[in-house]
Ligand binder design. Structure first.
Ligand SMILES: [Zn+2]
Length: 174
């Protein structure tokens, strides 16, 4: 017996969320883009203006002192290097019929993430006829968008973390 669609497999029950690997540990120790202790407090990103304070990058509330050192933040460095940390693929019949709505939701979730976290950004949204490929600067945005789409439109969601959880691949089929 053949399965024309190739999915679902026993690992991804209809409507289910299947997670591979361990849960997220927000430990940047092994991520070359987020090596802790790399930046002096007050360092400002010369790309996006985020500031390294209290051990993490944040949008600054006040202008940085002119003397503060400048360095690309990990997100801007990844954009510069064309090295995404996260990959999100969207496809399926719901995408075909509700593409604008789905992309609006994806952009909305991405904007909410980056408003709070400078390192959580969408790099590219590449639209193909049958699918949309989204790349991101960190591993939190693809699951966040995938889960929002799953809540709104159901379908199937697969989240797969790479070695040491410095990369993630998410696939939502609507
Ligand atoms: Zn930056």
């Amino acid at each position: 017996m053949t399965n024309a669609r190739g999915v679902p497999t026993p690992l991804t029950p209809p409507g289910g969320i299947h997670r591979f690997g361990r849960r997220i540990l927000d430990d940047p120790a092994h991520d070359p883009y987020r090596a802790s202790g790399k930046w002096a407090a007050g360092t400002q990103c010369s790309g996006c203006g985020a500031q390294f304070m209290h051990g993490h990058w944040a949008w600054q509330k006040n202008p940085a002192p002119a003397a503060s050192s400048k360095h690309l933040c990990p997100a801007c460095q990844r954009v510069h290097d064309h090295q995404p940390a996260g990959y999100l693929t969207l496809d399926g019949p719901t995408l075909s019929t509700h593409r604008d709505e789905i992309l609006a939701l994806a952009r909305h979730e991405a904007a909410r993430a980056s408003a709070d976290h400078p390192l959580q950004r969408v790099m590219d949204i590449i639209e193909h006829e049958d699918r949309v490929e989204i790349t991101t600067t960190d591993i939190h945005v693809p699951p966040r968008i995938g889960q929002a789409l799953h809540r709104a439109h159901h379908g199937e969601l697969a989240i797969s973390y790479g070695h040491d959880e410095i990369s993630v691949r998410v696939h939502w089929t609507g």
